[in-house]
Design a protein around this ligand. Structure first.
Ligand code: GAL
Length: 714
């Protein structure tokens, strides 16, 4: 295994490994030892080259404090190694053992009502706790020293899906750590009082030791500054917790690669220290689970969205857990991938930047809180269709890996993403508006269905490869981004800014100039004279949100009186009229700035809503409202088309997805049929489908859930 020093974080960064990791998380501690040899043989036959182990086995590694036992895992690693299978080891800190929580109960996470977690599931320990951090360092050091010279242990995963079950803690020790964090960040209490607006509701402090953790709606709303800093603190604490482990592992063996597997993306600033410490990031991909949780438009579109969001943090990644079958925990279950779909979903991950895929899990557990979470092999130890599909996928990828490694995913449209402060700023003061990501999802979904090369990118990344850049309501605009976006536009790019952009500073104070602030006004040629909320018909924009949060339970919105519910705000754009949603802005337009769309109704009638300013070889479009599915579509067919963005395939059958991975000397077009019916692509570009070896000269036929990887003819 060759590990190169990772390049700086960028969506355009390939993995720094010379191998495509193929395999599964494996739990030898759940399997009778007499089955291990056959497991290894079956894995090898399927094309597994790597397994991941140990993330929930602290009680086995350290059955009593400071008494370490590695025998079980040593035997498993060695036996698999003899079959040619390497191991990724995990730090087991998601599940501290019972002796630890009995002897050190102060490590337990505490909820907003002051209740400590009970022992008996996972992620019950508080990563902000100094005592827990000391134990985390101890177990990491013991494991690192034990495995430092084991050639079969090739890399590490830190913990497991940090912050996924819960990211917050309200323990007394968390409060102390928060105070220390604030003291370091602000230096003086006066600076903090200014940042949080201490003269509002008498929230000023005399000393850092007086500061509490923010508890929203106990009884009313804390300052957005206070809430934002709590989440910045949680992210810094999560990064520090991981950093302890990374430092120990790197010192033990600098050849090991280190990553973390992300789950729910809460309170982690991936572009900060958290991501910079790692070789690459791992994303656990459960499309059916995430789609049912968020209802973002079908699990294929949701999977593509997740992969694109995540790639923006650090570039190509691995999927340490890729859904393989039916999945459940006692409180929920997911849909089941149909025959062919497990391979299709894995291929989608590769198509959008995965340089390693491991199917969750080798075998399902017979006990515990995931007994019906299926794996590659069935409960009765019989390999059936999931084994066959995993095996087919592993062999296919092994056969084409040299074409794939070193390529990155093409994006013509970049959506600004991966910014911790903007994502949190929205949450501190949501007022019922869509989050930047909710808004961006509409544009992403439309591009996905059209087959447009679209993804997410941070504004500090290399923008030069994009044709257009959409910034979804980033309220915290940083001056350091001005030069980069202006250069992008002057060089021919199309920048699309949206309502409320740049209206707050980094303390969550509203800026004192006219929105969107001096720099963005100069760039876009617009100034906002007024804004207001547009409540969807029949909904009440105010009270239910308050009640919902206050009571901790969903309260259905009561309909508004007919007179206000019927207020409609529409605007024209091109030659169409659109219903507006969420928010209107009235714009003052500088000379030379073209008006592309105007408000149609009520007192707004005739005032500009969407504008365009030519600058250098490019243009800046300002959209004074939020996206709707119709507006997203219109932006694609007008503004993006003018920016030279066209679908990657002229005729894309419904349910077929397409993306390109490329490097300087090659282009691979990934095409996946996400439906259970065959699909024909007569207009496929000329090249060779690497999976079948066939030319696309006569088009491409895809079976149900079929996939093609076309090496395009230069
Ligand atoms: C992941 C987690 C795994 C397992 C899996 C299926 O989020 O990392 O440990 O729980 O989901 O539930």
């Amino acid at each position: 295994m060759q590990r190169k020093k990772p390049a700086p974080l960028s969506v355009w960064r390939p993995l720094n490994l010379d191998r495509f990791l193929l395999g599964a998380p494996h739990y030898p501690e759940h399997v009778d030892e007499c089955c291990w040899q056959r497991d290894a043989e079956r894995m090898a036959a399927a094309g597994v080259n790597t397994v991941r182990m140990g993330e929930f086995a602290w009680h086995i590694f350290e059955p009593r404090e400071d008494r370490f036992e590695f025998g079980l895992f040593d035997r498993a690693i060695e036996l698999l190694g003899r079959a040619g299978i390497d191991t990724i080891m995990c730090t087991p800190t998601a599940t501290p053992p019972r002796w630890l929580t009995v002897n050190y109960p102060e490590v337990l996470r505490v909820d907003i009502n002051g209740r400590a977690s009970s022992h008996g599931s996972r992620q019950h320990a508080d990563t902000t706790s100094p005592v827990f951090r000391a134990h985390s360092r101890r177990i990491t050091r013991a494991m690192a020293e034990h495995y430092r010279d084991n050639p079969r242990v090739i890399g590490w995963q830190t913990d497991n899906e940090l912050n996924t079950t819960v990211s917050e803690s309200f323990a007394p020790s968390t409060r102390l750590e928060f105070q220390k964090y604030l003291q370091k960040a602000y230096g003086t209490i006066e600076a903090l009082n200014f940042a949080w607006g201490g003269h509002f509701w008498a929230t000023a402090y005399d000393d850092f030791s007086q500061i509490d953790l923010p508890r929203p709606l106990m009884p009313s709303y804390p300052s957005p500054g206070h809430v934002q800093d709590y989440h910045r603190f949680l992210a810094a604490a999560t990064a520090a917790f991981q950093h302890d482990q990374v430092e120990i592992l790197r010192a033990a063996n600098p050849d090991w690669f280190i990553f973390h597997n992300l789950g729910q993306l809460a309170d982690i600033d991936f572009r900060g220290q958290f991501g910079q410490d790692l070789d690459f990031i791992g994303f656990d991909i459960y499309p059916m689970l995430y789609d049912e949780m968020r209802r973002t438009g079908g699990h294929a579109a949701t999977q593509a969205l997740h992969l694109d969001i995540c790639r923006a943090y650090s570039g190509n990644f691995i999927v340490p857990e890729q859904a393989s079958g039916f999945g459940s925990q006692p409180g929920f279950s997911t849909m089941t991938p149909e025959p062919g779909e497990m391979r299709r979903m894995a291929m989608t991950s590769v198509a959008r930047g995965a340089d390693g895929v491991m199917f969750f899990r080798w075998r399902p557990a017979h006990f515990g809180a995931e007994i019906y979470w299926m794996g590659i092999i069935d409960h009765d130890d019989v390999p059936r269709r999931r084994y066959d599909e995993a095996s087919r996928f592993f062999h296919e990828i092994a056969g084409i890996k040299d074409h794939i490694l070193g390529t990155v995913v093409r994006m013509d449209l970049g959506i600004a993403g991966a910014d911790f402060d903007n994502q949190e700023a929205h949450k501190t003061y949501p007022i019922g508006l869509p989050s930047p990501l909710d808004d961006a999802t509409l544009l992403h979904r439309h591009c996905y269905h059209k087959g447009i090369a679209c993804g997410f990118i941070h504004l500090e990344d290399d923008l030069s490869r994009l044709k257009a850049l959409y910034v979804p309501h980033w309220v915290m605009w940083k001056d350091q981004w001005n030069a980069a976006v202006e250069t992008f536009v002057r060089n021919g790019g199309t920048l699309i800014l949206s309502a409320l952009s740049g209206t707050r500073d980094e303390n969550n104070h509203i800026i004192r100039e006219q929105a969107p602030g001096t720099a963005l006004s100069a760039l876009s040629g617009v100034k906002v004279t007024e804004f207001g909320r547009l409540v969807p018909e029949g909904a009440n924009g105010l009270f239910p949100l308050f009640r919902q949060a206050a009571m901790g339970a969903y309260v259905p919105p009561s309909p508004l009186p007919a007179s206000s519910a019927q207020r409609k705000y529409r605007f024209t754009f091109g030659n169409r009229q659109f219903d507006a949603a969420h928010l209107y802005e009235l714009l003052e337009v500088a000379p030379g700035t073209e008006v592309l769309g105007s408000w149609s109704d009520r007192f707004c009638a005739g005032q500009p809503a969407i504008t365009c300013r030519e600058l250098g070889k490019g243009r800046v479009v300002y959209v004074g409202t939020y996206l709707t599915p119709e507006l997203a579509e219109a932006i694609v067919s007008t503004v993006l088309a003018r920016a030279g963005i066209a679908p990657l395939l002229p005729e894309l059958p419904a349910g077929v997805e397409v993306s390109i991975r490329e490097s300087e000397n090659r282009q691979l077009m990934f095409i996946q049929n996400t439906t259970d019916l065959p699909a024909a692509l007569p207009g496929a570009p000329l090249g060779t489908d690497l999976l079948t070896g066939r030319s696309t000269a006569n088009g491409l036929q895809l079976e149900a859930y079929g996939c093609a990887v076309v090496l395009l003819r230069p």
